[in-house]
Design a binder for this molecule. Structure first.
Ligand code: SF4
Length: 399
């Protein structure tokens, strides 16, 4: 099976990011993963993403040790397991970041910023740290679950971004520079378009990159948006994938079945699931999750409004009808044979099977759908045996 070689550059890129974060030279902003990182970088903040840490706790299967620690503090084990794992690790004064990247500790925030475009859990999660570190917490609260995004919606969100500026200035000691914000946005746009191109290489057959690979290679687009490093990383990755397409190399040759994955990854089981699909000659070629960081709307000539649009327009913040249309276009563009909906026990925000979407999708596209139960980090909600049987039966039914 082909292994993507750019993984070595990924390790180097992540290592450099964390070393740089921990060098104590800049003020630190903690930010939600679809939060305004470009604006923060325009104030020279180094930006840290607790959700990235949550995913690492899931992937290293250490989340299970920390979730009960947060539960003892009164956080239900039914709520976001990024939140409970991350707060539990903080209370336990440990993190895989210390061993993986040699950090002495996770750098403390000077300011914390979130956007509830994804969920209200992020607000509770980040407010916990605001109390712990006694620092300002700034929230962007866009209108939610939109079918249409109106001018007044954009004006509202754009004003919320603008309102962040005075606090960012006083915390960072840096005066807001519109040109620097525009430049950061331009870098972010370049990286995000490269990331989109990376994901779109999976329209080819053999498939050069799977959903499971993409969950790993998406690290830089989450944590380094708005930097040259993210651009450099995706240029190299894209070149490798294009070369593979040219030479007919893929993760599996040929695939018999092409799957779309909706919902969160099951971080602690990525490898097992990847192997399961490969064994069944099936490629998982596209996903809601990885595409969520392909922002199309950044425009450096209209920085506040376009940032407001880009972050309000994301899949998770749209209505059921818009989400259905988005999945339908993926089904068509990626020549999908089946759609798997991951119903994550602790994230209903990013689980889309509860309101009839699988049946509607099947009716409107003819494509087969399957719902599996699991979770992003809490493996108590995932039965590997049952899921394997369900997935193998589903594939058999398709091919
Ligand atoms: S979207 Fe889901 S996984 Fe992400 S922070 Fe919100 S509740 Fe947690």
């Amino acid at each position: 099976m082909y292994k993507i070689k750019t993984i070595s550059l990924l390790k180097e890129t992540m290592q450099n990011y964390f070393s740089d974060l921990g060098n104590g030279e800049n003020k630190i902003a903690w930010c939600s993963s679809a939060g305004p990182s470009e604006l923060l970088r325009a104030f020279n903040f180094k930006v840290y993403f607790p959700e990235n840490h949550g995913a690492l706790l899931g992937a290293t299967r250490t989340a299970g040790d920390y979730i009960p620690v947060a539960t003892k503090l009164g956080y239900s084990s039914d709520i976001c397991s990024y939140l409970t794992a991350d707060i539990g690790a903080y209370l336990s004064k440990t993190s895989p970041l210390l061993t993986h990247y040699g950090l002495k500790e996770i750098p403390k925030p000077d300011v914390i910023v979130y956007n509830t475009n994804q969920c209200r859990e992020i607000q509770d999660w980040f407010s916990f740290y605001g109390n712990e570190f006694n620092c300002p917490v700034l929230g962007i609260q866009p209108p939610r679950y939109l079918t249409e995004i109106t001018k007044s919606d954009i004006e509202d969100v754009s004003n919320q971004f603008k309102n962040m500026v005075p606090t960012c200035e006083s915390v960072s000691g840096v005066t807001f520079d519109l040109d620097l914000f525009k430049e950061t946005l331009k870098l972010s746009k370049e990286a995000t378009l490269l990331w989109k191109e990376v994901l779109e290489t999976a329209k080819n057959s053999p498939v050069p990159i799977s959903f499971f690979d993409s969950t790993i290679h998406m690290g830089p687009i989450v944590i380094l948006r708005g930097t040259q490093q993210a651009i450099k990383y995706y240029e190299v990755l894209l070149n490798e994938l294009k070369d593979n397409i040219k030479n007919g190399r893929g993760i599996l040759e040929p695939e018999l079945c092409r799957i779309y994955w909706d919902g969160m990854p099951i971080w602690g089981k990525l490898k097992n699931l990847s192997n399961l699909f490969i064994k069944n000659k099936t490629a998982v070629v596209a996903s809601t999750y990885c595409n969520s960081w392909a922002f199309n709307d950044f425009d450096e000539n209209n920085p506040f409004e376009s940032t407001a649009l880009a972050y309000t327009n994301i899949f998770i913040n749209r209505s059921e009808s818009v989400k259905l249309d988005m999945i339908k276009s993926f089904v068509k563009d990626f020549r999908i044979d089946g759609v798997i909906f991951h119903e994550a026990k602790t994230c209903f925000n990013n689980s889309n099977s509860s309101f009839g979407m699988p049946l509607r999708l099947k009716k409107e596209t003819g494509v087969e759908t399957l719902v599996i139960e699991g979770d992003l980090c809490d493996l108590r909600f995932f039965s590997e045996g049952q899921t394997t049987t369900k997935i193998e039966t589903f594939i058999e039914q398709i091919i």
